[in-house]
Write a protein that binds this ligand. Structure first.
Ligand code: Y12
Ligand code: CO
Length: 173
């Protein structure tokens, strides 16, 4: 399956992703294609809508202490629900769908997540730190929400100006 990253301001990023009801070979093919595209583009998280599939599917791979993204750390998350959130943390986030732009975003520090794996088994995960931040960032994609939507009015205006300039330069080069 050939996938390409959908980039802002593409309207598909605003779609609400649908619950996965069938855990079949087509879903496995999507998951198997999402993981390498995330790793090859230096991503730590990717939602299916970022590759034009509006379904509640996420892949995450948080680098270990050596900065390596190992296959053992790959998390495949389907139909996620957060039941508990606590604390507050700030992190400079980036997004494969909003290239070259990073901004401090406030998120909950801890969360409890319920989800299904690729075979439909129910799982629960307690997350903190970067994993918690990345889960919240990726779950926002399922609602059509981007991290730039969380910026103040003035930061957003500045972003739109800089991003437009970046797209123009990219087109000209
Ligand atoms: C903290 C930080 C990020 C998240 C959400 C997941 N975001 C990412 O995985 C972002 C990846 C990213 C990778 C880039 O590198 C390449 O595209 C090669 C990148 O660089 C450029 O756009 C030039 C930007 C973002 C949650 C929590
Ligand atoms: Co993103």
């Amino acid at each position: 399956m050939k996938l390409t990253i959908v980039e802002y301001p593409d309207k598909r990023l605003r779609l609400k992703s649908k619950e996965v009801k069938v855990f079949d070979a087509k879903l496995h093919e999507l998951l198997d294609a999402m993981n390498p595209i995330m790793i090859n583009t230096n991503g730590i998280g990717l939602a299916a809508i970022q590759v034009a599939h509006p379904v509640q599917v996420l892949v995450l791979n948080i680098p270990d202490e050596e900065g390596e993204q190992t296959p053992e750390n790959l998390l495949e998350i389907i139909n996620p629900i957060i039941s508990k959130k606590s604390g507050e943390t700030m992190y400079q986030e980036g997004c494969l769908s909003v290239p070259k732009f990073y901004e401090d975003i406030k998120r909950s520090e801890f969360l409890t997540l319920h989800f299904q794996d690729r075979d439909g088994n129910t799982r629960t995960l307690e997350a903190e730190g970067l994993l918690s931040i990345a889960i919240q960032h990726e779950m926002d994609h399922l609602e059509g929400v981007l991290f730039i939507d969380k910026l103040s009015y003035s930061r957003r205006k500045k972003f739109e100006k800089e991003y437009k300039r970046m797209l123009k330069e990219r087109k000209e080069s």
